[in-house]
Write a protein that binds this ligand. Structure first.
Ligand code: GRF
Length: 196
């Protein structure tokens, strides 16, 4: 059973899905938000999970990340899961947690890294989009992919409609990918996701 820490900044619907899917392979022991008003904090508290707010304002990226790191280690966290965490982590943090740090991104990576994904997908006339769970490496949204799920893009889609369709598959995909990592069925080796 791996101890998991989840970093959030907002509503925490993926956190909710990860909480519901907890099993013998992982247990969420700590939820950290950089925003005091993140809805996900309430979800965690309701589930009896310890929470902590670490504001980022007025701190360098390194100072903020050092606080995150200290809190996670104190809680005995073995795997760090980013779930709507809207801060870019320092290279040092990404390296320290390499292979133990994952993120979910609402596109079929390596396509559409960064923000405003759904707007760009629709503007480009794509017929398909989706979600990707990937290992976090220092370069943004560039780490090896662990799992992906696709959804259709309809001609009548708005960014909001597409986001909701993608979010639905995220909620299944993220717990599955976390289970793979927690059960050591996927590892980051020499920059690749290696499955066993
Ligand atoms: C999701 O769309 C995720 O892909 C992106 O941020 C959003 C978080 O949503 N990284 P929630 O806070 O989990 O509801």
């Amino acid at each position: 059973m791996k101890k998991v820490g989840v970093l959030i900044s907002g509503r925490g619907s993926n956190l909710g899905a990860l909480i519901e899917a907890q099993s013998s392979s992982y247990k969420i022991v700590q939820v950290i938000s950089n925003a005091a008003d993140a809805g996900g904090l309430e979800r965690a508290t309701q589930a009896g999970i310890a929470t902590c707010v670490i504001p980022h304002k007025g701190k360098t990226r390194e100072e903020f990340d050092a606080e995150l790191d200290a809190d996670l280690r104190q809680a005995g966290v073995e795997i760090v899961v980013l779930a709507g965490f809207m801060r870019i982590l320092s290279d040092g943090f990404a390296r320290a947690w390499q292979g133990k740090l994952i993120n979910i991104h609402p596109s079929l990576l390596p396509a559409y890294k960064g923000i405003k994904v759904h707007e760009r997908v629709i503007a480009a006339g794509e017929r398909q989009s989706g979600a990707s769970v990937h290992f976090v490496v220092p370069e943004l949204d560039a780490g090896p992919v662990i799992a992906q799920a696709s959804v259709p893009v309809h001609p009548s889609d708005t960014p909001e409609l597409l986001a909701a369709r993608v979010l639905e598959v995220e909620h299944k995909l993220y717990p599955e990918a976390l289970r793979l990592l927690a059960e050591d069925k996927v590892k980051l080796e020499k920059g690749f996701a290696v499955f066993s």
